[in-house]
Structure formats: structure tokens, C-alpha cells
Design a protein around this ligand. Sequence first.
Ligand code: GLC
Length: 568
Amino acid sequence: MVYATVYVTARETQLLSGSATEQPVAAWWETAVVYQVYIRSFRDGDGDGLGDLAGLRERLPYVASLGVDALWINPWYPSPMADAGYDVADYRDIEPSFGTLAEAENFIAEAHALGLKVLLDIVPNHTSSEHAWFKAALAGDQEARARYIFRPGQGAGGDLPPNDWRSNFGGPAWTRLSEANGKPGDWYLHLFAPEQPDLDWTNPEVRSEFEDILRFWFDRDVDGFRIDVAHGLSKAEGLPDFGAQPEAPVHLEPHPAWDQDDVHEIYRGWRKVADSYEPPRIFVAEAWVSSNERLAQYLRPDELHTAFQFDFLRAPWRAKAMREVIDDASESAAEVGAPSTWVLSNHDVVRHVTRYARSQPGHLVESGWDRSRWSDEAPDIALGTRRARAAVLLTLALPGVSYLYQGEELGLYEVEDLPGNLRQDPTWVQSGYTDPGRDGCRVPLPWSGSEPPFGFSSQAGSAQPWLPQPADWASLTQESQERDPGSMLSLYRTALGLRATWLVGLTPVQWIDAPSGVLAFRRGAIECWVNTGSDEVEVADKEVLLRSVPAGAAGVLLPDEAVWFVES
Ligand code: GLC
């Protein structure tokens, strides 16, 4: 039986998954599938070539039709857009080019009416340099200045930055200011762009302000927050030098700017705010840390609920590496009673179709998937797509939470040939044009039609999308895939529907012995088999619930194929 939906009663489902007998029913946020909306590239409702709330509201039924449980919206607050909205000028309003606060409130209600929870993105490590606090700081207000990290420079005349930290986007993490008298003055810290000054989280005013911002949105029925750069808020006392001076930004090894123990106290406070609501609100951390043990510390019962499992995203398409990551992540999370949170793509990394379209390294890769280093190997998009189809069956079969990034359900690939003058990610300029940055995974979605802009805007005569789409996305539009039962979109819909029936609860993975290059595990009544190797593998001829290669053959697991079998 291929592509067939199987109906069972809720009771049978519980028994099959073991959830009725072995463990309590999971909370929604422990097993949710969350769809990430990168709002500026989702859908343009007002014709300016930039996605917005009107476009998102118009296509909410589409998101609901996928079978997901929640949405996470990238920052939608007023912003000068030095870093695509991660430079927030006002945390309690909506960016005018996206819409209004009233529209946002309507959107939240409409999503809820469709059964979708809504997660927002909070950016607590830094504000925009256009935020009222930073403007006051620059104008000489000492109280405002104490909310940021200003320091005198080193060397004669303070001409050298206060320490050796590098910005995550390239270049030094410090910018020097001119004082009111025109003379060079102190430096301020920005772990990202100069337009994103870091806040000083040792200042109690910063703490109470952010707890208040949480309440502002929880009072508007928001179900939770993704926490941007959750590992960055506390810096080591005295801001010591890192010492080694790598060219690349550092996230994944111990560094005095990242993952400091003091950060946990902040989240204990946030958890209390979230738990004071009925129903309690939830958090997911973006924390790039050096190990899963460190990650699990953010997930202790009085801290955050979930944290993205980035090792999974960094793993090459190799069974051994993936299995190790799955085991390590699951064990560390389980030790603190938290679910794992799987993610293959997001707005910061090369889309996984393209990652899997090149030769696979033998190790976990850097967070940017070595964007600059890979440029000389042409991607085999057909291969990457085939692997991406298998990868989503693997991901959705795992226990815990899954995040899907808009466009992956259409099989979009990274647009690597954007002209330099159109690139907007600050990484491009700050790296001295050596790292192309993240625009390639942020290209506006193709909805319909046979040529760009593929129905991105709902208004006739609209401006061109803010980044150009490749002409061959004609075969990847939502419209064309709706009609094709073999499309990526159809695969996602079918898989999500079957997951909701057959892969409920938090039943852990039970590995099955499998040949080299193959991942095989059981969860409840389902067996998931994934072949990352280049040879066909024989498998017992069991009942097939779903396979990633529609034309796959009985008793055989093709290269780069995944299959869900069901106990008959
Ligand atoms: C996070 C965001 C990324 C942003 C950075 C600075 O990593 O996901 O897009 O540039 O934080 O806020």
C-alpha cells in the first residue's frame, strides 16, 4: 500500500505508539511540527515586493493544509533592516512594511481559529542602533548607556578595540564612537552588525524590560517565543580576550562571549513569566553551543522548553553520523526531561537540498555549511532533492519537535548565483565579500505561474520581489505541485498526515540492525528505513506506509531512499 492514508481509532493509535501504557500524553509543544515563516519572503499582500502580514493571512489556510501544528514568525517588529529584522527598533509594534499591530492581532486570532499556535521571535542579545535606548545612549544619557556595553579602547589614545572578539558576520565586534566634542571616544560591542549593539544583561533594567515585552505579546495570545542567540546574553566577566583568533566566527567552541553559565538565571525568570499564563507559554532556544550536554542545560525543567538541535542540521548525509547525532541529542535532552527539536533548514543556513547535492564530508560542518568553501563543486540538485525527500521522512519519524522552513515543502534549493549588488545580508559586506551570506535561502516563495515572480505578490502590477527567483522554479511552484501526487509538497502533506496518526507521543527510537549506510529504527508500529549509501539494500517485504521514491520497489531500499513500514 503506497500513499494511502490509514485510519485507526485514537485508542488504537495510543496502543500502537505505546503512549497509553508507557508514558503520559505529550504536551503539544513536545511533539509539534512547526512551520517557520520568513515573513519578508513568504507572500506579498500589498504589492511592494516584500512579504507582509496581509500575504501571510491570505495564505494561512495553505499553512494549515500542510498539517503542521504551529508557526514561528521571524521578527516582525519595526526595524531599519540592517539584518533583516534582527535589528529591532521597537519590540512592541509591527514593522510598517509588514502591517500594523491590529493586523498582527487579527492574524493571531485567525491562526488559532485554524488550530495553529503562533510563536514569535524575540531578539534579546542586541537592539537596533535605532532603538530609543541606543539613541539616548549616543545622546549622552548615562542611564541608557549603561544598558549597552561601552568600553574604552586599548593602546595609546584608545585606538585599539577593548578585546579581540570578532563579529559573527566578520570583522571586529567593536565600533568606536565619536564623543560630542568630535573626538574619538569609547567603543561599543556588537557581536553581529554595528547596527546591532549588544545589551548589558547584568543591568536589571534590561531584564525587567524583556520580561515586560514577553508579557506584552503573551497578553495578545502569542503561544511562545523562539529566542534569538539565546547563548549570547551573558558575557564572561571582564570581557577577556578569546586568545586564538580564528578567521571564522566562533559559536561552537568555548568563548567568553557565548554560552556563559550566568545566562541560565535569565531564563529561569522568563520561565516564571511563561508559566504565569494559562495555558503556559513556551520557548525554543537558538543556542549554538559546543556540546549537547551544554545545550541540555538550557532545557532544565525551570528553564526553556526546547532548543534547536543544530548538530542534526550540521550532519552530513551519512547514516553513521546521523545516528550518532540522534542518539547523543536524544540522550542529553532526555536527561533533563526535554524533547529533542529537529531541524534541517532555516533562514541562516544553506537549504538542505543544496547541502545534500554535493559530496558529503565525514564530519559535522560549520553552521554556515561552509558556504564560501563549497563554491567550486557544482551541486547535483536532483540528487539533493532525492536525499531531501528521504531526510524529511527520517526527521518526521523521530520523537520530539520538528521545525520546517518555508519552501522546503516545495523542494526549494539555495540560490547561489544572486548578483553581489542585490545581496542584502550584512555578512556579504562585513566578510569583505568572501562569504556570500544567507540571501540564497531567503529568496521569495514561488506560488504560481510559469515565470518570476511566480505569483509572489497578490496585487497585479506589483514591484519585483526583493530578491530575484530562478526561472526554473516554475516546476516548484505551490500551484504546480498541488496537482502532482509525486511532488515534494504531496510528500510533505502525506508524511505529516501519517505522522499525526502513527507517530504520536514520545516513544523513543529503537534501532534495528542494518547494513552499513542504512539507518533503521522502530517507533511504535512504524519502522523507518533510510539508505544514505549508494547501493541498493534488500529489506524484508513489509507493508509500506510511505516511501520517498514513489517508484521504489518491494523488498528493496534504493540509494537515498527512505521508507516507512507498518506492522501488519
Ligand atoms: C540569529 C538569527 C540570524 C541573525 C542573528 C543576529 O542567529 O537567526 O538571522 O542574523 O541571530 O540577530
